[in-house]
Ligand binder design. Structure first.
Ligand SMILES: Cc1cc2nc3c(=O)[nH]c(=O)nc-3n(C[C@H](O)[C@H](O)[C@H](O)COP(=O)(O)OP(=O)(O)OC[C@H]3O[C@@H](n4cnc5c(N)ncnc54)[C@H](O)[C@@H]3O)c2cc1C
Length: 305
């Protein structure tokens, strides 16, 4: 453990790594944004549990997977970021279901399923997030969604109690998941069920989806995937393109020329540049079409440095 920690943190028995004033640009796919006062990467699930039990109840916490849907404002996050990736990594078969912990990346999950002759997990390959982030966002594509496969989830409460929950306990919708009762729990694992099928076809599908994505998305430049949710019956990308916004730039942030619902960091973008461009796109689309676009990306932290 780093010895420069604030005194109120009881680090007794912890085995993970604590970083202070850590630039979140290192942990989010936009490669932009402010610092987190603390970043804790637990050693494993048991270590995360001890961390939560010992952390003051008023400390703001933010779970982060691969940061592929996240922007931390330039003023930073005045609390502790919990880094799940590289920490909660268990992945195994259990009674015909896949048990995966929250830090397992989507691509690894898709390949593990195919390797166990299971079909239906192929879509995870194109989502560059962790299972925890995919559970929080109900991530999906090509007609499949994360919660479609979930049998049970494993969560840690704010005070470090480990419990299991069923999908019936959540309101689940398009890019939306919330416990029916208000709570600030963390997803730490899930049991997923997929059907048996043609594993060679699943592997071909994984390859085809990867190629399709690299043809249609600006993957060479830092981005956070689709910035806006698709409004009912509409495509956000088509609306944005129709308003002539492709290529629109504020500072280092630019509406992608390749996919209009992506904002790329074209070089040196600040979180403020990205957020200003999000607002500019919303305002223009609202004025020209009357449709309100709602961000899918999660924006947290303080505006002022
Ligand atoms: C190139 C590209 C393509 C993409 N394509 C798709 C797509 O096709 N479909 C799609 O749905 N998304 C897509 N995304 C967006 C993103 O990958 C998903 O939203 C993904 O689920 C985010 O996972 P993450 O681990 O990176 O989450 P993060 O970005 O780290 O976090 C996102 C949110 O989830 C919360 N969170 C993360 N982990 C946990 C946890 N363990 N417990 C509780 N809350 C948690 C965070 O606090 C934050 O609010 C794409 C992104 C990129 C960059």
């Amino acid at each position: 453990m780093n010895m420069n920690e604030p005194a109120q943190f009881d680090t007794e028995g912890l085995r993970g790594e604590m970083l202070l004033d850590e630039p979140m640009s290192r942990h989010v796919s936009w490669r932009a944004g402010g610092v987190a006062r603390r970043v804790y990467q637990p050693a494993d699930l048991a270590d995360l549990q001890v961390f939560l039990q010992q952390t003051p109840a008023d400390e703001p916490l933010l779970a982060v997977g691969l940061g592929s849907n996240l922007l931390v404002r330039d003023g930073g996050f005045r609390g502790t970021v919990l880094l799940m990736v590289g920490a909660l990594t268990e992945l195994r078969m259990e009674d015909g279901e896949i048990y995966a912990q929250a830090g397992v990346p989507g691509a690894k999950l898709a390949r593990f399923a195919a390797g166990n002759k299971l079909c239906g997990a192929e879509f995870f390959v194109g989502i560059p997030g962790t299972l925890g982030g995919m559970l929080a966002m109900n991530a999906g594509c090509y007609g499949s969604e994360t919660w479609g496969a979930v049998q049970r989830v494993q969560v840690l409460t704010r005070s470090g109690t480990l419990i299991e929950r069923t999908p019936q306990e959540y309101d689940i919708g398009y890019r939306h998941v919330a416990l029916k009762q208000q709570s600030d729990e963390l997803f730490v694992g899930a049991w997923l069920r997929f059907g048996e099928g043609d594993v060679e076809a699943a592997k071909r599908e994984i390859k085809a989806l990867m190629e399709k994505r690299s043809a249609s998305q600006p993957l060479q430049m830092p981005n956070a995937g689709s910035v806006f949710r698709n409004p009912q019956g509409e495509h956000a990308a088509k609306l944005i393109e129709g308003c002539g916004l492709k290529g629109k730039r504020i500072g280092g942030a630019q509406v992608s020329e390749k996919h209009a619902n992506f904002i790329v960091n074209a070089g040196g973008a600040t979180a403020a540049d990205i957020e200003a461009l999000i607002v500019e796109v919303q305002t223009t689309v609202q004025q020209q079409t009357g449709i309100n676009l709602h961000p899918e990306v999660q924006i947290v932290g303080e505006s002022d440095k």
